[in-house]
Design a protein around this ligand. Structure first.
Ligand code: ATP
Length: 255
């Protein structure tokens, strides 16, 4: 059976644009391959600068790879295929709360995506947005709220609503919940698990939290200095890691 997501020999390099090292190459990601099945959750872990966000951005299409291929349901994703990728793969960024427009109501912000991606009439669009707000634990009335009228936990729910409003196949979250209070973070993580069951969405999330990763992830990908050093089912990596680095990271929570 075709896998939902296949990443093959994906790599990324940057060039220093200015200064003494102008023109020299920075290898952010050495060629790596992995795959993800429908409804699975993949956690990407590793120290700062190891390439985690680069993988997240490449999968979400926020950047172009330097090499390799990403396939969704067996079909290669082209960098130019913006509309299709936007529908199927959504990203929740680190600063997602700031990405909400303070001057536009929650409902309108969500409706924009629906308007651009469907041919539904205005009433159906609005109904779909209200349903989506319900799915993330918000009320129909929140449609008319401006972001500042909501708590940070509710704002995070809006960001999740925005990510699921087009029923994507994959959501990529890059340290999206790190700034939340621990109790709210737990609620948001549980919401994601519920959505995953209800909608069959796959999640890819970058995290430094061993506790959350063990709780949520089916598979873990460990990065070290731009290289994937280990990838496999969570139980295998936690109980029988091949690399000392993975053991330190998952068993003691230290690098
Ligand atoms: N736009 C860019 N231009 C040049 N170098 C970059 C750029 N983006 C990332 N890098 C470099 O690529 C490497 C990997 O960065 P990346 O942000 O993917 O790491 P990370 O593991 O997500 O780190 P963190 O945990 O701090 O977010 C780093 O050395 C970084 O400096």
């Amino acid at each position: 059976m075709t896998k939902l997501l296949e990443v093959e020999q994906l790599s990324k390099s940057y060039r220093h644009k200015t200064g003494l090292f102008s023109g020299t190459k920075i290898v952010a990601l050495e060629p790596l391959s992995f795959s993800l099945e429908r409804g699975e959750t993949l956690a990407i872990m590793g120290e700062t600068g190891s390439g985690k966000s680069t993988i997240a951005r490449l999968i979400a299409g926020a950047e172009k790879p330097s090499g390799g291929e990403i396939r969704l349901n067996g079909k290669p994703l082209q960098a130019t295929d913006y509309a299709e990728r936007c529908r199927n793969i959504r990203m929740i960024f680190q600063d997602s709360l700031r990405s909400l427009n303070p001057q536009i109501t929650v409902g309108k912000q969500l409706k924009e995506a629906v308007r651009f991606n469907t041919n539904w009439d205005a009433a159906t669009q609005q109904q779909h947005v209200v349903e989506t707000l319900r799915k993330v634990g918000l009320l129909p009335d929140h449609y008319h709220f401006y972001p500042h009228m909501l708590s940070s936990g509710q704002q995070q729910r809006v960001c999740i609503a925005r990510a699921i409003v087009l029923a994507p196949q994959i959501i990529v979250a890059d340290e999206a919940f790190v700034s939340l209070d621990p109790s709210i973070r737990a609620q948001i993580i549980n919401l994601i698990l519920d959505l995953q069951q209800d909608m069959g969405i796959s999640f890819i999330f970058v995290s430094h939290s061993t506790e959350i990763v063990k709780h949520v992830a089916d598979k873990i990908l460990i990065m070290h200095r731009g290289k994937m050093i280990e990838f496999g089912p969570t139980q295998v990596l936690v109980n029988h890691p091949k690399e000392t680095y993975t053991r330190h990271l998952l068993q003691t929570g230290t690098l």
